[in-house]
Design a protein around this ligand. Structure first.
Ligand SMILES: Nc1ncnc2c1ncn2[C@H]1C[C@H](O)[C@@H](COP(=O)(O)OP(=O)(O)O)O1
Length: 208
């Protein structure tokens, strides 16, 4: 049976024909995909695939960690890390690959703890969402995790070697623009989140 989501508005459908490895490493593979476009013409596409996917259709989780403290402005917890593909430092949500047989919610709590030292409670999970669909099949579950900053376990969080950057929600967009000016590459998820938050805070103004 054909999948509805493959069908464009005019009723024609694209369909997968075959996929071949052009190259395969330990972590990722480069595939050449053959597909048929809605006119019936056969075309090819080069795509990156993670070799580490265990089951289901999701490779990883990305965590939206919200730090809540009494009488303080809410913060979103970001991490700064060196990313070899960019040869640069990025500002991202904590994230990580889902282990074999691991529940995505457990993975989110684990990755948050490992990368930032914070212990939190998951409040929302997205379906598998894509990251860069013209380039790769990689998908993530986005998990919103609330952190109670007033409990003992979260008072002095000990992160791994990654730099943890708490950013006030009410100045998130300005702060990201400042970091970008200073050479950090901001992840598009984080930037989108900041634009949406700013838009909601000032509904009648055009942002930025
Ligand atoms: N393309 C790649 N090349 C080399 N190592 C990779 C890789 N993708 C993942 N890894 C390794 C490095 C990390 O120690 C480990 C976990 O990666 P991860 O869970 O995706 O975390 P992160 O998203 O923070 O990189 O997997």
């Amino acid at each position: 049976m054909e999948q509805d989501q493959e069908k464009p508005a005019n009723g024609a459908a694209s369909r997968h024909v075959k996929s071949e490895h052009l190259a395969k490493g330990k972590w990722i593979a480069l595939n050449q995909i053959t597909y048929r476009d809605p006119t019936g013409k056969e075309r090819t596409w080069e795509a990156v695939e993670r070799t580490t996917r265990h089951s289901g259709d999701t490779d990883a989780v990305a965590v939206i960690p919200i730090l809540k403290r009494m009488l303080k402005c809410d913060c979103v917890i970001l991490i700064k890390q060196y990313r070899p593909p960019l040869n640069g430092y990025t500002l991202e949500f904590p994230a990580g690959l889902i282990d074999k047989d691991e529940d995505p919610l457990e993975c989110a709590v684990r990755e948050l703890k490992e990368e930032t030292g914070y212990t939190g409670i998951p409040k929302h999970i997205s379906p598998g969402v894509c990251l860069d669909p013209g380039l790769s099949s990689s998908t993530v579950n986005m998990v919103t995790v609330e952190i109670d900053g007033d409990v003992e376990v979260n008072r002095r969080p000990l992160p791994e070697f990654i730099e943890v950057i708490p950013v006030r929600m009410d100045t998130l967009l300005d702060t990201l623009n400042e970091h970008a000016k200073n050479g950090l590459i901001v992840h598009s998820m984080v930037y989108t989140y900041a634009v949406a938050s700013a838009q909601m805070a000032k509904p009648k103004k055009i942002v930025p």
